[in-house]
Write a protein that binds this ligand. Structure first.
Ligand code: C2E
Ligand code: CA
Ligand code: CA
Length: 758
């Protein structure tokens, strides 16, 4: 997945989480709102019905008062004969038997009488001397109406009172008004009932302007307020709404905020004057089950939302981290932190769009496998990191480098001047070599070798980066064996590359067309100088193309796996020839056949070999399998197992190229081989006289082999002196140009087999 795709996925996931979060929130909101609605409508109807009950109680009280007055007034109808004195007496008596605190009679003409409960009797009282509201009430009664006064404070009674008045008739004629007063406490006691809304509320009585007529004892707002509109607790908007409703005599709901809490209120017209009952809910609903449910759902949803937010955040962070890791895995080498190849190509792309004056360098560490084995992985890793640091430091702005695999680095350098590049690479080599690897016994400088491809930009062709990378790798191979360890891709390498391209694209066809030919090189028995055997070597002779040598295709075939098939083909060629020669009356000759590692470990390998020798009726002892030593101990076990199986069938095993690479004497003891082929490097070294110790080593190897009953073959015998030397060591066979170059099977038959005496 690339960076952009990951970002997209991240965005999609975030969006999904946010949408889910919103859905939960919306769902929770709707649910909680609907519960809230249920709750508030329940509460409203409860407030309505309770207030209505109180309204009825108050009406009943006033009606009862009127009832009493009406009854008394009808008595008066027949008492016209009574004098004022006895009338007042009667009124006084009757007052003592009802709840009124004062009664009075005010005739249309003349002065009135007033009596006080258990108190005085006044005569000659004119209504004009009494409070306005009382006068108005009496006036209404004189007009034939039953009327109620406003509340007013009576200084004589030292109480706030309310007065009622009814008309009095005598002989069908309206003659006056009968009035009675009652203490406000009678009505207040009704409103002070503590059972309002299950003790979760209280009721006030207001006049039409919102002024308090009766303030309930149970109120929350303790402050003495004249009117509900005086307070700042009710918002202005609500006040306007309430005023308008009250102006029309309508009931209405509202709310106010006090001391951090919201209170619901209900205003219901009382039906007396413009008076209102104000019901206040104090409980905050907290104790109602519906309210707990609403609260519980709200808490749950908020909790869920919080969890969601947390998970989103956490998930996002996790994803980002993961994302970053993926990106760094995709673009960086985890060990050194350098770019990997794909990021490297991305980085240099814009630069090569601008210029063709650049070079690509492939860089490798000499004997890196050996360093890994001898100094351990950790030190080898540290060396790689050190190289990374040196490279980082040596490159300029637009230049770049990467670690491709193992010890292979690529450099993108600006410029095409070979001398400049060589100098820069030499500096890098020197800085890397500075870090010597050391163990108790070894002091080993880390050596870099470099293959360089300079960008070729001609009219016919301009190198692409991938072509240049391939070129640098070709140059790298040559660099390994060149003094100075720096090599520039050149014409010759170009030819090699062409051949390799040819090889890879033609190998299968060549095998089918029989272009791979059997060549043989004799092995000479040193004790008598006679032919002791031969090594089969492949030659590729394409039609219309010059001969291709194994060095140009075997390493390639080993990489692409084709080698196993070629080896089997060569094995069959050997069998075919041995059979043909034997059939023509010649004795069998032991022939060595090179076996690639790939083939050697293939399943069914032993069976295939047996199949061939059986098919051509060749004694297996005539076939020697040349193998190259493995590096690790696990391989050694597997190798021994294979060798055992092959020995059982009668084949002989030879260890090829011993002494090149990292073969050790230990192999001689641990591998059950029949023959040891000493690499031609030994003779080269000894001839050049560079390392005189090489002679001693060779001597030791030969003597040790003899003790282990392993026969020895020395490769690369090119001179008489070579032969004399290996003979002096007591080697068994010699092989090399001194005796013969590898020749075609036909030539081998003519020069080596015919006329051979055993
Ligand atoms: P090798 O098995 O070590 O074969 C010996 C190589 O040394 C041969 O090269 C041979 O021509 C060369 N040689 C022999 N005597 C002398 C000498 O006196 N001086 C010098 N300088 N060279 C000498 P060739 O035939 O080019 O083969 C190269 C390598 O290719 C072989 O090395 C072997 O590893 C591989 N090879 C050749 N044929 C086959 C094959 O059929 N299968 C496999 N798997 N590998 C093969
Ligand atoms: Ca060989
Ligand atoms: Ca060899």
């Amino acid at each position: 997945m690339n960076e952009r795709a990951m970002q997209r996925q991240l965005k999609r996931m975030t969006a999904a989480v946010i949408i889910t979060g919103f859905l939960i929130l919306a769902g929770g909101g709707i649910f909680s709102a609907s519960l809230g609605n249920v709750l508030s409508s329940t509460l409203r109807s409860q407030m309505e019905s309770e207030t209505e009950e109180y309204r009825i109680s108050i009406s009943r009280q006033t009606e009862a008062d009127f009832q009493t007055l009406h009854t008394l007034s009808s008595f008066l109808e027949f008492s016209n004969t009574m004098d004022t004195e006895s009338f007042a007496r009667g009124l006084y008596e009757s007052n003592n038997h009802n709840r009124f605190i004062r009664m009075g009679y005010f005739p249309l003409e003349g002065d009135g009488i007033r009596v006080v409960l258990n108190g005085s009797i006044e005569t000659g009282v004119s209504p004009d001397s009494l409070p306005d509201t009382f006068q108005e009430t009496v006036a209404k009664a004189w007009n034939g109406e039953s009327a109620v006064s406003d509340f007013y404070y009576d200084e004589l009674l030292e109480d706030t009172i309310i007065a009622y008045a009814v008309p009095v008739y005598q002989n069908g004629k309206l003659t006056g008004a009968l009035a009675a007063s009652d203490s406000i406490s009678t009505l207040a006691s009704i409103l002070d009932d503590t059972t309002v809304l299950n003790s979760q509320g209280y009721i006030h009585m207001l006049d039409g302007d919102g002024r308090f007529l009766i303030r309930s004892e149970n109120m929350v707002i303790r402050k003495e307020l004249d009117s509900i509109f005086d307070s700042s607790y009710i918002e202005e908007e609500e006040k306007t709404r309430i005023r308008s409703a009250m102006g029309k005599g309508q009931n209405c709901f509202s709310r106010f905020h006090y001391d951090g809490q919201d209170y619901q209120i209900y205003l219901a017209s009382l039906g007396i004057h413009d008076w209102y009952l104000l019901c206040v809910e104090t409980a905050q609903l907290a104790s109602t089950p519906v309210y707990s449910l609403v609260t519980a759902t709200r808490i749950t949803f908020i909790g869920l939302l919080a969890l969601m937010v947390f998970l989103t955040f956490y998930g996002y962070r996790l994803l980002r981290k993961n994302n970053r890791q993926l990106i760094s895995l995709a673009y960086y080498d985890t060990l050194t932190g350098a770019y990997n190849y794909s990021r490297f190509s991305q980085e240099i792309e814009p630069v090569i769009g601008k210029t063709t004056r650049y070079s690509i360098v492939a860089l490798n560490i000499r004997n890196f496998k050996f360093i890994n084995e001898i100094f351990g992985r950790n030190r080898a890793d540290r060396l790689l990191c050190h190289i990374s640091e040196v490279l980082e430091d040596s490159l300029s702005g637009e230049e770049a480098f990467c670690r491709d695999s193992s010890d292979l680095f690529f450099l993108f350098l600006l410029g095409t001047d070979r001398n400049v590049i060589r100098r820069r690479l030499q500096q890098i080599q020197a800085r890397v070599a500075h870090m010597t690897l050391s163990s108790q016994r070894n002091n080993y400088p880390a050596l870099l070798y470099c293959g360089v491809a300079v960008c070729m930009d001609t009219e016919e062709h301009r190198d692409t980066v991938s072509e240049m990378v391939t070129h640098s790798l070709f140059a790298l191979r040559t660099a390994k064996d060149t003094p100075g360890n720096i090599w520039f891709y050149d014409q010759e390498l170009h030819k090699t590359e062409e051949i390799e391209n040819y090889v890879e694209s033609h190998m299968q066809q060549a095998l089918d067309d029989g272009e791979f030919c059997l060549y043989l090189q004799p092995k000479i028995l040193l004790q008598n100088g006679k032919l002791g055997g031969a090594e089969a070597l492949v030659r590729w002779i394409p039609s219309g193309h010059s001969m291709i040598y194994p060095d140009q295709f075997i390493p390639l075939f080993e990489q692409n796996g084709f080698c196993a098939r070629l080896d089997m083909y060569m094995m069959e060629q050997v069998c075919i020839h041995l059979r043909k020669w034997h059939d023509s009356g010649l004795p069998f000759l032991p022939v060595s056949v090179n076996q690639s590692r790939l083939l050697f470990f293939e399943t069914g390998y032993v069976e295939s070999l047996c199949g061939l020798v059986e098919k051509y009726r060749i004694p297996p002892e005539m076939i020697t399998l040349e193998i190259i030593e493995g590096l690790s101990m696990e391989d050694l076990d597997a190798l021994n197992e294979r060798i055992g199986a092959l020995h059982e069938k009668g084949f002989r095993i030879s260890m090829d190229d011993f002494g090149s690479g990292y073969s050790s004497l230990n192999t001689l003891g641990s591998l059950d081989i029949d023959e040891l082929k000493l690499d031609r490097g030994f003779l080269m070294e000894i001839t050049s006289n560079r390392h005189p110790n090489q002679k001693i080593i060779m001597e030791e190897i030969v003597s040790l082999s003899r003790k282990l009953r392993i026969s020895t073959v020395v490769e690369g015998v090119e001179t008489e002196e070579n032969e004399a030397f290996i003979r002096s060591l007591g080697c068994d066979y010699g092989q090399g140009y001194y005796y013969s170059r590898p020749v075609s099977a036909e030539e081998f038959l003519q020069t080596w087999l015919k006329g051979r005496e055993d």
